[in-house]
Design a protein around this ligand. Structure first.
Ligand code: NAD
Length: 276
């Protein structure tokens, strides 16, 4: 999809990858609404984009609350007309205090709500109009953890796998209605989620991308209308390896976990940047 003059919503756009995506969408000429749980940060991203002469509004929105999504869509349509692309990017990482099932039910539910139900609510709000118009684009942030699993993140990996599953269903069911779907599956990205400072564009750590590099890969993926967007291209090889020999892949992941534990003493995501 070419983004010039298209109406785009980005969730989780207050900081991190979502902010970089919003800036990249604006640079492509889209009319933009930035939504975030943190309404001040949503507005600050929108002001930043407005300053370079692109119309953008920032709205406070909890994507796990369906009525917030309905209002977000209604406000966007009132201001800019029909939504061409909805980018569900908001996410959270909740590790586990002990074994793989030790996160509380509340933490499991919170991860499910933001990584899966938020995508369902967005699709429910915009799909009927898109189907009627015969065009529309749903871009959904998952993670490489949705294909390969994150060590020390059972709530995260499980719900990101479900996000990939929902994106597949949308694409299979609605491709013939003119609906495009992309699912973004990055590995490590230097954002506050991983303990990096916001706006840390210069990343020296091998395998860690900046949010801006991810946004640039996403713009290319959307331009090519690719389903699976892999900002770290090596993920394609890892998936092939996993599907070729699941047990060998699991053995490799266990070895990686032992290495991380011996170096860091934990598998906390926010400690991963200390690995190099
Ligand atoms: P981040 O924590 O820096 O930013 C996440 C943003 O989402 C924040 O602005 C936060 O306020 C917002 N948010 C959280 N819950 C929300 C809710 N209920 N409603 C609205 N907004 C909400 O994280 P990030 O690294 O920029 O992550 C963005 C997305 O990318 C997430 O879905 C994350 O899982 C995914 N991802 C991140 C990485 C990484 O290494 N950073 C890798 C793969 C995928």
């Amino acid at each position: 999809m070419h983004l010039k003059n298209k109406t785009v919503i980005v969730t989780g756009g207050g900081r991190g990858i979502g902010k970089a995506l919003a800036i990249a969408f604006a640079a492509e000429g889209a009319r933009l609404v930035v939504a975030d749980l943190n309404s001040d940060e949503a507005r600050s991203t929108a002001e930043h984009i407005d300053e370079v002469g692109v119309t953008c509004i920032g709205i406070g929105c909890d994507v796990t609350n369906e009525s917030d999504i309905v209002n977000l869509v209604a406000e966007t349509e009132e201001r800019f007309g029909p939504i061409d692309l909805f980018c569900s990017n908001a996410g959270i990482f909740i590790g586990e205090p002990d074994h793989s099932a030790s996160a509380s039910n509340e933490d499991w539910q919170a991860s499910w709500n933001v990584h899966v139900m938020a995508h369902v609510y967005a699709a429910r709000a915009v799909l009927p109009g898109m189907i009627e118009r015969g065009s529309g684009y749903l871009v959904q942030m998952a993670s490489a953890a949705g294909l390969l699993s994150q060590i020390g993140g059972a709530t995260y990996s499980t719900t990101k796998h479900a996000a990939v599953g929902f994106a597949e269903s949308l694409s299979i069911t609605h491709g013939d209605d003119g609906i495009k779907v992309s699912v973004i599956c990055p590995q490590y990205v230097a954002t506050p989620m991983l303990g990096y400072e916001e706006g840390n564009a210069k990343i020296e750590t091998h395998g860690v991308l900046s949010a801006e590099q991810v946004a640039s890969a996403v713009m290319k993926g959307i331009d090519a209308e690719e389903f699976l967007i892999l900002p770290h291209p090596e993920v394609a090889d890892f998936i092939q390896f996993k599907s070729g020999n699941y047990d060998r892949w699991l053995g490799g992941m266990r070895k990686l976990r032992r290495n991380i534990l011996s170096k860091l003493g934990s598998t906390r995501l926010t400690d991963m940047h200390k690995l190099v």
